[in-house]
Design a binder for this molecule. Structure first.
Ligand code: AMP
Length: 384
């Protein structure tokens, strides 16, 4: 049954010299020209193409940041865990529209994974990621937009210099926690998740000192956590949120989708369908929680029963973790939508491992045996 949870519950690089100008177009070194400056980080960075540098250490990145700052350049930061897809790329594009320099971080942060979660199986696709960023950067160069000037891919020793990262509760180490926000919804199912996210983002923001940071609406609660982090700790950066990129049928793009395979991919659309049914209620003028949510819960239940009644060789079982209607600023459940604020409709389902895989069946990475957690959300806009 659908479970409805409530709130209670180096060398080739951009020339770092005085010739820098604020305009992105004017300040780029033409492709192919290598500029060796005294400021170039030589040890911990190497060129992936004429302009993008990969950094693994903090000091050279800070040096680069200082040079950019002194030349009136702006940095838009896009934190990621790699396994890049169009959703990530849309964030980089947005950052490139608004900044001279885009920095992408690629780091799978262990402290946001619980002890029993999928840290080990999280997809790692470094070569493809770099190729995507290179292609994108070439396009940005042609369009005269900001450029991907740095990729920061630190090691865990770099990110957690004084203590081994600890994913237990209460855990040993230096952490940022947000209560109750970090315990709601995703935080209820993944108790260390937002502690890990807030902590790693604080580290990344301190290291990179970005003018703006770019996050996806796909992770709705995360956007609230980041806005709160910036506000509560007086961080000098703007938070920009970008729309969710989706497959044509509505499935939100996610790095974890590669584990779904065809059978679970077909059924996994249930979450988005359920949320759209609830959205339709809001658009039809309903404002009460029960009135908005019942068609979503009903749809989840119906698809679940359909699957349960199929042969194990055909079905894709799933569990609904939550369907939520929450305040957009706090993510606390609401009984009635405040029309001046709107609300966030969100949900999570866990796609269970595929039973009785069939000969020739496309099962995705992990042969269909990795459970896949899908999350999605729809913003209900204020109407007044
Ligand atoms: P991740 O690598 O999953 O930690 O995501 C890095 C950033 O990309 C986060 O800000 C995510 O919200 C964002 N993101 C992930 N998937 C999507 C998507 N489908 N559309 C837009 N942004 C996304």
């Amino acid at each position: 049954m659908a479970h409805l949870r409530t709130a209670a519950a180096p060398t080739a690089r951009r020339c770092l010299s005085r010739s820098f100008a604020p305009s992105p177009r004017a300040s780029f070194v033409p492709s192919g020209i290598r500029c060796l400056s005294a400021t170039a980080p030589r040890r911990s960075a190497f060129a992936v193409n004429d302009l993008t540098q990969v950094f693994h250490d903090v000091a050279p990145l800070r040096k680069f940041r200082r040079d950019l700052f002194l030349n009136n350049r702006t940095v838009g930061l896009v934190p990621t865990m790699g396994a890049l897809h169009e959703g990530h790329i849309s964030l980089v594009r947005k950052a490139a529209e608004e900044n001279t320099d885009v920095w992408v971080t690629i780091y799978v942060n262990p402290t946001q994974f619980g002890l029993n979660e999928d840290l080990a199986s999280y997809p790692k696709t470094w070569e493809t990621d770099m190729e995507m960023l290179r292609d994108l950067d070439r396009g940005l160069a042609r369009e005269g937009k900001g450029r991907v000037s740095a990729v920061f891919a630190p090691s865990t020793t770099t990110m957690y210099p004084t203590s081994p990262p600890d994913s237990s509760i209460p855990g040993v180490g230096s952490f940022i926690e947000m209560r109750p926000l970090g315990q709601l919804l995703e935080g209820a199912s993944r108790p260390v998740f937002f502690r890990g996210v807030a902590t790693v983002c604080m580290k990344l923001f301190n290291i990179c000192t970005p003018d703006s940071v770019y996050f996806g609406q796909k992770d709705a609660q995360q956007t609230v956590v980041i806005k709160k982090l910036v506000k509560d700790f007086h961080l000098n950066t703007k938070v920009r949120i970008c729309d969710t990129s989706r497959e044509p049928d509505g499935l939100a793009l996610s790095s974890r989708n590669v584990y779904l395979g065809a059978r679970r991919r077909r059924t996994g659309i249930v979450l988005n369908q359920a949320l759209r049914k609830a959205e339709a209620q809001y658009k039809a003028g309903k404002r009460l929680r029960g009135d908005i949510l019942w068609p979503a819960v009903d749809h989840g239940d119906r698809v679940q029963h359909e699957q349960e009644n199929l042969q194990p060789s055909k079905r894709a079982l799933f569990q609904v973790d939550y369907i939520s209607l929450a305040d957009p600023d706090t993510m606390e459940e609401v009984e009635k939508v405040d029309e001046t604020k709107g609300a966030i409709l969100s949900g999570a389902v866990k796609m269970m491992p595929v039973e009785e895989p069939q000969e020739g069946e496309e099962l995705g990475l992990g042969s269909g045996q990795v459970a896949v957690r899908l999350i999605d959300n729809i913003v209900l806009q204020p109407t007044r």
